[in-house]
Design a protein around this ligand. Structure first.
Ligand SMILES: [Mn+2]
Length: 413
């Protein structure tokens, strides 16, 4: 992504601020795993969306002043000893090039800068990225900063910047679509590799290894999110993550995987018979899902309430299942369809966007996910694609990843 993308995101955020307000964003810190071992650092996505910087302990401050705003980025200072052990830290010039910001300082200066900004400009309101996931305990850097501010500046009003960012992230820019297109190509390579190597007796971790290997050929060293790869009965666990099961002859293999490219994440599910040939029943159910998917990609366009998309999927798929003789009344649909499947994707796989009351609009990208679970027949799977809403319709970004029975059986010959 070019620096212009991040600069534009900061400009749009600042547009939402009132004069005299300050906004503070943190990249986050490294979490300790055990002893002297840390989890790999993963930067706060809103911070990345505004800066293009993924280094820990970095801070962005935006100050709104009339029609303009000032921006300052704080990064880790050089440390020869730490860098010898843990790799080079980003240099101010690189940080400037990546983010499009001119004013770059070292992070040990942030407190003095903040104090001076507050004093000089009589700041009374600070935006923090307070990202709380309902009942989940979610202590993050912004909470710490909130406490710091409440303690040091008890009169300060704290506003949450998350609703603004969710609104911004809802509509993807052209460069984000381009990144997604590349991510889809790599997702295809990973899924096709699993199909090609598939055989009865193969373990789920072997499928996973094929997926990870294919991604690594593109320099993608970790999947877009924890891959879901399962076979047979394990397909009935929606977020299965053990990879220990073995595909038996006649089993369906399910994947629900993604690739992150330039920060944009895909989310695609396919289901294939491990032996390369669908049984009559597998084909019957798979084609219900396929026809429902095709129907959705035929009708999705701007101006449809997002809330209705899941309902439309369910209703159409019910029609398919009824014709197939599987499901008699709509009341029973919950027996076979266990989840909705119209979440947005973007910088996060379940993207942090203002989607609840939204109408579909050009530039939105969300999953069309049709899951069918027939426990009695032992067949469970989903077919999930990535839908981009265009000016007058939509485009299936993952259409090129084999989807029909014929395409999939053809690849597995
Ligand atoms: Mn998915």
């Amino acid at each position: 992504m070019e620096a212009l993308f991040y600069a534009e995101n900061r400009r749009v955020f600042a547009e939402h601020m009132e004069t005299g307000e300050l906004a503070v964003f943190l990249s986050g810190e490294t979490l300790r795993k055990s002893a002297d071992d840390d989890y790999p650092f993963y930067a706060n996505r809103n911070f990345v969306y505004l800066t293009g910087i993924e280094q820990r302990d970095s801070i962005l401050m935006l100050y709104k002043d009339g029609d303009s705003f000032t921006e300052k980025l704080f990064i880790l200072a050089p440390d020869a000893f730490a860098e010898r052990w843990n790799g080079a830290r980003i240099k101010p010039d690189d940080a400037a090039g990546r983010s499009g910001m001119k004013d770059i300082a070292y992070v040990d200066e942030w407190q003095a800068y903040l104090a001076e900004m507050i004093r000089k400009n009589h700041i009374q309101t600070i935006y923090l990225d307070l990202d709380h996931k309902e009942d989940r305990r979610n202590w993050n850097g912004a909470d710490w900063m909130g406490q710091y501010i409440r303690t040091g500046y008890p009169q300060m009003k704290v506003k949450n910047s998350l609703p603004i960012l969710k609104e911004m992230r809802l509509i993807k820019k052209a460069c984000e679509i381009k990144a997604l297109e590349q991510a889809e190509r790599i997702t295809k390579a990973g899924i096709v590799a699993m199909m090609e190597h598939s055989r009865p007796g193969m373990y789920e971790y072997q499928y996973k290894a094929e997926y990870d290997y294919a991604l690594a050929q593109y320099g993608v060293l970790e999947p877009g999110f924890s891959s879901i790869i399962s076979a047979g009965k394990n397909n009935f666990c929606i977020h299965y993550d053990s990879y220990r099961g073995q595909a038996q002859d006649g089993d369906i293999v399910l994947n629900d995987v993604g690739v992150r490219w330039d920060y944009l994440v895909t989310d695609v599910s396919r289901a294939w018979p491990c032996n390369g040939k669908y049984t009559e029943r597998q084909k019957l159910l798979y084609e219900c899902a396929y026809r429902t998917s095709q129907h959705m990609f035929g009708i999705l366009k701007p101006g449809i309430p997002m809330m209705d998309v899941d309902k439309m999927i369910k209703e159409y798929n019910f029609g398919q299942l009824r014709e197939a003789g599987v499901c008699k009344s709509f009341d029973e649909i919950g027996t076979y369809m266990w989840h909705g499947g119209a979440h947005h994707i973007g910088f996060d796989v379940h993207d942090m966007v203002a989607a609840r009351d939204a109408m579909t609009a050009p530039g939105m990208v969300f999953c069309v996910d049709i899951g069918i679970y027939h426990e009695e027949w032992g067949i469970g799977f989903r077919l999930e694609d990535n839908c981009l809403i265009t000016e007058n319709g939509c485009r299936n970004l993952s259409a090129d990843i084999p989807r029909t029975v014929e395409e999939i059986e053809g690849i597995m010959k």
